[in-house]
Design a protein around this ligand. Sequence first.
Ligand SMILES: [Zn+2]
Length: 161
Amino acid sequence: MGGEILVLRNSVVNWTFRWLLQFVENGKQELAKSLSYPTSAAAWESFKRDTGLLPEVAARALYLAWYAKQLGGVTLELESAYRSPAYQLELQRRWDSGNRAGLISRPASSSKHTEGRAFDIGIVGPDPSKELWEGLGRLGEALGLRWGGRFPSPDPVHFDY
Ligand SMILES: [Zn+2]
């Protein structure tokens, strides 16, 4: 499993987008076919490996970043994706000990992050407005993701599938 943190580079998004379209619309089989294009296969495989996200989740993360860039000129970073269960517990302990840097709410014991089904984003640039988070949340929901901004204890950086 790859790194716990990965910065989403625009080049990766652009490289991969064409094949993601086919993937999301037609499912895995079409993806396998489209992956016969050598450049995309490498980018796609390394994105999945580095993030540890399941394909259907990785595709949506890339979509979200692509749309945010195209529609809003907003560059997203992936702050966190797959987390090992041990790392998830470590985050919980950090929160409980009062060291909450980078954490918005107490990490759950059972998390979609440990299943490769969740990712947290950051927005590059000045402090984003509430409206921008709302917009990204709705964008994510349009892609079939669940947005953490609607959780009882809101976690707007979080998306899962
Ligand atoms: Zn999260």
